[in-house]
Design a protein around this ligand. Sequence first.
Ligand code: ADP
Ligand code: MG
Length: 214
Amino acid sequence: MNAGGPATAEDLASWIRHAADLVSADVDRLTRLDAAIGDGDHGHNLDRGFRAAVDALPGGDAPPGKVLVSAGLAILSKTGGASGPLYGTALRRAGKALGDAADVDAAALGAALRAALDAVQDLGKAAEGDKTMIDALAPAVAAYETALADGSGLAACVRAAADAASEGAEATVPMQARKGRASYLGPRSVGHMDPGASSTALILRALADVTEEG
Ligand code: ADP
Ligand code: MG
């Protein structure tokens, strides 16, 4: 994309494609994380979902919002587990927040990420500290908004968000799960990274990679 400029529909399509590639390369790692504190399907759930999202990417003159709505709907229809509805709804709501605008500036992308976080919280009712994807997504959105308020451009805001998501995922290791399948393990969920927090960090890293490409 243009260095420092707004993101286009093609940039967001590149994000979905790159996220699909990173998920596919990390299926085994995500599966191992979920095998430790869940049922071992997270890698395959996401791989199936992001492949479907890539297949559903609209062509032609579809606006950026439509790219994310289409990806979200594909993930919703093709992805099992708790994470499918959460990621699908998050992308759909992010796309809706972008509306029909032809490009996405740093403020608009921040509002879309905030809408994604709100969607996950509306649906899953998890708070920070519950050892879920919220522990990566909430600090990511906060870091994005701080960078934006400091006057950073879109790529720098996204990189701040991706870094915060990785730290947030790491910080789930000592937590005891209070939501989702891992909560059934009680104290035995301590000592493992939450798979959904890890995949959220991966998906935001994909966004940072494509927005920095220039
Ligand atoms: P399942 O748990 O149904 O097998 P996945 O393995 O695909 O689904 O996804 C598990 C991830 O979903 C968890 O690691 C966690 O991050 C996320 N998750 C589960 N429940 C919630 C929730 N209520 N709110 C937010 N995220 C959740
Ligand atoms: Mg699972």
